[in-house]
Design a binder for this molecule. Structure first.
Ligand code: RAM
Length: 885
C-alpha cells in the first residue's frame, strides 16, 4: 500500500499567520490509490522558527489513533509572534509508515493584550469638522538602515481600513477589520510586509472609512451605532538580520488629511472627487506639510482578537453582458448575473465632469431601471473626473447588490471593455459541486451558490442590496447545511457564532440579527434564536468540530433556559413575539406570517433545540445536564402532543409547515408518523402539488417527504415550474434566490417595494436536499464530519443522471449515478481514513457488478453487505468504485 500525507491545515487554514488560538488543531488528508485505507497511528513534529525541524519543540510520538482531523497541539505553551513549523506522518492499516508530509507552518499573533503598544488615533478635527463624511488618510514616515529579516504589520480600525507601505497596498483583503460585535470583539489582521520595506526612509499610510462601525446601518437609519470617531491602530514589527527589532506604532506623531473619498457608505455608495487625490501620499517623499495632526483616543485594546475567518476578497471578475437603452431612455449595463461587489471602470474625459453609476437588481415590467426594492439604500457612485488622460476607479468601503448599472454623464462612447464587475465575498474554499441532467435544476444550484456568494460577506446576511444586509439568525441557520456543502464555512460560522454568544442577552435571549444592531427589544423569536443551538450543532455535524460545541455550550444552554422561563408552562412556548412561518403563502392578506400557529412552531423548535442540547451535553460528558435536558425534551414532547395533536395523533393545524416540523423534529409518537406524513402528502397534493410554506417549513419539506417514503413527491415539488416553486423564479430570469416566491409576479409586476429582495438565500436551503437526497451524500451523526459517510441516492424519473462531489476534511467524496438504456451506472469516491455505508434502493444483489465485471462480493474494499427488501447495503472502505447495475 502506498499513501501520502497532504493538505496540512492548522485551524482549517494553510500556513496561517497571526493566530491567537492557544492550542491550535491540526488536520491532514491522506491520499492513496488503494482501497480500504485507514490510519492506525500518527506522529506530529513541531519546531520553532526552523523550517528544517532540526531541533524539535514538540513531538507527539507515535499516537495510535485513526483521528486525522482536529488533532490538538499538546506541546509547550506557544509564544506570540513566533512561527511554528510542523510535519506529520501516519501509519495505515498495513502498518507501514508514510513519508513525512511537506513542512507547513502557523504563526502566532499577539497572545497578550499588553503587547499592543500602539494607540488608537484619529484626526484632531474629528468629529467636530463639517467634513465628517470624508474618509480619513493617515500617514507616517520612519527610517532605519539595517537589513530586514522579517516584518509583520498588525492593524485594526474603528471603521474600515486599507493600508499601504511605500506606495503599495498591503494584501488584497477587503472590508477589514471585518464585522463583529465591535464593542466586545474587534479583529486585527496580520500582514507579512518583509518585502515592502526600503532600506532607509519608509512611509506607511492608512485609509479609513465609516463601514459598519459608524456609517448608516440597519433599516432604522441609524448611524454611529458603535462609536462616533473613526480610528486606526497599527503596529509594525521589523526584525533585522542582527536580531534587533524596531516597532512602529500609531501614535501622536502621525498626520491626517481628507482626500478624494468625500463619502463612503456601505448602503449608499461613494462620492469620489478625483481632483482631490493626493498622489503619492503613502510614499516617503510625499510632502505632507498641509496635513493636520492626529489625536490619540481612548478606546479599549482588550477587545482585540486575531482575524477569525477567511478574509473578504475580489474572488472573480465578470465582463458585462451588454449595454441596454431602456424604454425611458436610460443607459444601463447588464452584467448578466445578479451579484455583489462593484464595477471597476476606466474613463477619459474633462476635468470636473461628473459621472453617476447606480446599481439595481432587476428591471421593471417595462424594462426600465428599478430601484424601489432598495428602499433607502442609494447604491450610487458619484465620480468627478480629474481629466488629462485615462483614469480608473473602484469604490473603497461600500458594496452593491446588482445586476444592472445605470450610467449617467459618461463622456464619449461606451465601450464594454471599460467596465469590469468585481465579485467580492468571504474567501471560503469551494467544496461542493452538484450537476444533473436537468438544466433548470442546474440553474437553481447556480442561483443558490450565487446567493451564498452575495450574502457571505464576512457575516451571513439576509440580503446584500437594500438598507438591511444584516445577520438574520433564522435565515443563517436554515441555510447553513447547504452552505457547508457548497463551501467550507467552518471559520465563517465559528466567528459569527462567537458574535451571537457575545451579543446574547443576560437572560439568554438571542437578538434577531447578529451582530446585534437593531433595537433592544428585537430579540428571541422562535426559529430565529434557535440559531444559538442549531448553528454550533450543524458545524459539529459537517466538520466534526467538537470545540465549537464546547465554546458555545453556555450560549446554547442559556437559550434553552430563556425559553423555559417564558410564560406559565415551562414545557410549552406560547408567549412573546415570533416571526412564525415567515412569508408562508397561507398567510392572511397583508400579513407576512404564515398560517401555522406560532406557539406550535415555537414549541417545535424548543423541543428540537432541547434535544440537541441534551445530545451535546452527553458528547461533552456533562452528565447531569444530559439527563436534565433529555427529561426536559420528553416533557416538551408530551406537551406538544397534548396541545397540538388530536387524540388519534393527527395534527390540529392543517398546514404543510406544521406537519413538516412535527415530522422533521420527531415530535410525534412513532406509530403516528406515517399517518401524519400521509396527511402532509395529501395537503400538498390537494394544493395541486405546490407548497404553501415560508422560511420555517420550506427548508425541511423535501427532507421530510423523502424520509417518509414520498421521494417522488419531493421531486415533483422541486420540479414544479409555475408559481409557487423554486423553478418559477428561474422562468422569470432569476440568477439568484428570491426572498418571495413571487418577487416578480406572473404579470411582471413586483411584490411590494417594502420587502422584495432578489438575493436572499433562505429558500436556497433546498440545496441541502439536492446533495443529501438526490445525490445522497451525508455524514453519520455518530461519526460526524464525514468520518463515516452515508451514500444513499434517490433515483426518480425526473432525472437521468446526477454528479455531485463534496470536499470533506478527509478528501473528496463523490456520488454519481446515470441511467443506462438498460440498468444504471454508479460511481463513488470514498476518501482514505473514512468508511461509507452505501444504500442503493430498489436494486437486488444479482443485478450489480463492478465495472470490470467482477461480482461485488469479491470486491476489494467491501467490508460487509446486506441484501434486503430490494435494497442493497454495502459497507465500503475508502477508494473509487464503479458499479454497473
Ligand atoms: C426580513 C429579513 C429576513 C427575515 C426577517 C424576519 O427583514 O430579510 O430574511 O429573517 O425579515
Amino acid at each position: 500500500m502506498d499513501y501520502k500525507v497532504e493538505s496540512l491545515r492548522c485551524e482549517y487554514r494553510k500556513n496561517p499567520i497571526g493566530l491567537d488560538v492557544k492550542r491550535p488543531r491540526i488536520s491532514w488528508k491522506i491520499s492513496s490509490n488503494y482501497r480500504g485505507v485507514v490510519q492506525v497511528a500518527y506522529q506530529i513534529q513541531v519546531a520553532v522558527n526552523d523550517r528544517n525541524l532540526s531541533s524539535v519543540f514538540w513531538d507527539s510520538g507515535k499516537v495510535e489513533s485513526d483521528q486525522s482531523v482536529h488533532i490538538l497541539y499538546k506541546g509547550p505553551d506557544l509564544s506570540s509572534r513566533t512561527r511554528y513549523y510542523y510535519r506529520v506522518r501516519v501509519w495505515c492499516n498495513d502498518s507501514k509508515v508514510s513519508e513525512w508530509s511537506d513542512v507547513n507552518f502557523w504563526e502566532m499573533g499577539f497572545l497578550d493584550k499588553s503587547e499592543w503598544l500602539g494607540s488608537w488615533i484619529t484626526g484632531e478635527f474629528f468629529p467636530k469638522s463639517t467634513n465628517i463624511d470624508s474618509c480619513l488618510m493617515l500617514r507616517k514616515t520612519f527610517t532605519f538602515n539595517k537589513k530586514v529579516r522579517k516584518a509583520r504589520l498588525y492593524a485594526s480600525a474603528l471603521g474600515l481600513y486599507e493600508i499601504h507601505l511605500n506606495g503599495q497596498r498591503i494584501g488584497d483583503w477587503l472590508f477589514t477589520p471585518g464585522w463583529t460585535s465591535y464593542n466586545k470583539r474587534l479583529q486585527y489582521q496580520t500582514y507579512d510586509v518583509t518585502e515592502l520595506l526600503n532600506n532607509e526612509v519608509n512611509a506607511i499610510g492608512a485609509h479609513i472609512g465609516n463601514g459598519w462601525y459608524k456609517g448608516n446601518l440597519a433599516f432604522q437609519d441609524q448611524r454611529n451605532i458603535y462609536g462616533q470617531e473613526l480610528a486606526l491602530l497599527c503596529q509594525l514589527h521589523i526584525i533585522f538580520e542582527d536580531g534587533t527589532e524596531d516597532i512602529v506604532v500609531t501614535d501622536e506623531h502621525w498626520k491626517v488629511a481628507t482626500g478624494p473619498v468625500l463619502m463612503s457608505e456601505i448602503y449608499h455608495g461613494e462620492t469620489y472627487d478625483a481632483r482631490l487625490e493626493r498622489e503619492g501620499w503613502t510614499q516617503s517623499d510625499y510632502l505632507d506639510t498641509d496635513w493636520a495632526g492626529v489625536k490619540v483616543i481612548d478606546h479599549s485594546k482588550d477587545v482585540l482578537i486575531a482575524q477569525e475567518n477567511m478574509p473578504t476578497r475580489v474572488i472573480e471578475e465578470l465582463k458585462p453582458a451588454s449595454i441596454i437603452r431602456t424604454p425611458s431612455g436610460e443607459t444601463v449595463l447588464d452584467i448578466g448575473q445578479n451579484m455583489v461587489g462593484w464595477i471597476h471602470f476606466k474613463v477619459n474625459g474633462v476635468r470636473g465632469k461628473k459621472i453617476t453609476l447606480q446599481h439595481a437588481e432587476v428591471l421593471d415590467k417595462e424594462g426600465n431601471f428599478y430601484v424601489g426594492n432598495l428602499r433607502a439604500a442609494k447604491q450610487t457612485i458619484n465620480y468627478v473626473l480629474k481629466g488629462g488622460g485615462e483614469e480608473e476607479y473602484e469604490p473603497y468601503f461600500s458594496f452593491y447588490g446588482f445586476r444592472y448599472v445605470k450610467i449617467e454623464g459618461w463622456p464619449g462612447e461606451f465601450d464594454l471593455n471599460d467596465f469590469t464587475a468585481k465579485v467580492i465575498h468571504s474567501d471560503n474554499q469551494i467544496t461542493g459541486t452538484f450537476v444533473c441532467s436537468d438544466h433548470m435544476i442546474n440553474q437553481l444550484q447556480q442561483n443558490i451558490v450565487w446567493s451564498q456568494k452575495g450574502n457571505f460577506l464576512d457575516v451571513p446576511t439576509d440580503c446584500p442590496q437594500r438598507d438591511e444586509r444584516l445577520g438574520w439568525t433564522g435565515d443563517a441557520h436554515v441555510f447553513m447545511r447547504t452552505a457547508s456543502f457548497n463551501m467550507n464555512t467552518a471559520l465563517f460560522f465559528t466567528k459569527w457564532l462567537r458574535d451571537l454568544k457575545a451579543d446574547q442577552l443576560p437572560n439568554g435571549g438571542v437578538p434577531h440579527v447578529i451582530p446585534h444592531v437593531l433595537r433592544d427589544e428585537d430579540h428571541s423569536s422562535s426559529a430565529w434564536g434557535d440559531a444559538a443551538v442549531i448553528g454550533p450543532w450543524t458545524l459539529y455535524v459537517c466538520y466534526g468540530d467538537k470545540r465549537i460545541l464546547e465554546e458555545q455550550y453556555e450560549s446554547m444552554k442559556d437559550w434553552i433556559e430563556y425559553i423555559r422561563n417564558q410564560g406559565e408552562n415551562e414545557y410549552l412556548w406560547n408567549t412573546g413575539f415570533h416571526f412564525g412561518d415567515w412569508l408562508g403563502l397561507d398567510a392572511k392578506e397583508d400579513s407576512y406570517e404564515g398560517a401555522t400557529p406560532k406557539d406550535l412552531i415555537a414549541t417545535a423548535f424548543y423541543a428540537y433545540s432541547t434535544h440537541l442540547l441534551g445530545e451535546v451535553a452527553r458528547l461533552l460528558n456533562y452528565n447531569g445536564d444530559a439527563e436534565k435536558y433529555v427529561l426536559l425534551h420528553h416533557n416538551i414532547l408530551d406537551h406538544f402532543r397534548n396541545e397540538f395533536t388530536t387524540s388519534n395523533g393527527s395534527l390540529i393545524a392543517n398546514t404543510q409547515t406544521a406537519h413538516v416540523l412535527a415530522l422533521m423534529f420527531d415530535l410525534l409518537q412513532i406509530e403516528d408518523r406515517p399517518k401524519v406524513a400521509d396527511a402532509l402528502a395529501n395537503l400538498i397534493i390537494e394544493n395541486n402539488i405546490h407548497l404553501t410554506t415560508g422560511f420555517v417549513g420550506t427548508p425541511y419539506i423535501c427532507h421530510v417527504l423523502s424520509r417518509f417514503g414520498y421521494s417522488d413527491l419531493a421531486y415533483k415539488l422541486v420540479f414544479q415550474k409555475d408559481y409557487p416553486s423554486w423553478l418559477y423564479s428561474i422562468n422569470k430570469g432569476a440568477t439568484t434566490i428570491w426572498e418571495h416566491w413571487d418577487g416578480i409576479k406572473e404579470d411582471g409586476s413586483f411584490w411590494s417595494d417594502d420587502m422584495n429582495s432578489f438575493n436572499h438565500y433562505a429558500y436556497g436551503a433546498v440545496g441541502d436536499w439536492l446533495y443529501r437526497s438526490v445525490a445522497g451524500i451525508d455524514t453519520t451523526i455518530s461519526q460526524p464530519g464525514y468520518k463515516h459517510i452515508n451514500i444513499s441516492p434517490s433515483f426518480e424519473k425526473e432525472l437521468s443522471w446526477v454528479k455531485a462531489s463534496y470536499e470533506s476534511m478527509y478528501g473528496t467524496i463523490r456520488s454519481e449515478w446515470k441511467k443506462l438504456s438498460k440498468g444504471m451506472e454508479i460511481s463513488l469516491a470514498i476518501p482514505p481514513n473514512t468508511k461509507a455505508t452505501v444504500i442503493l434502493k430498489g436494486i437486488s444483489n444479482r443485478e450489480i457488478i463492478e465495472r470490470d465485471d467482477s461480482v461485488i462480493i469479491d470486491m476489494e474494499g467491501l467490508l460487509d453487505w446486506n441484501f434486503d427488501e430490494g435494497n442493497i447495503t454495502l459497507q465500503l472502505g475508502s477508494g473509487e468504485y464503479n458499479f454497473i447495475i
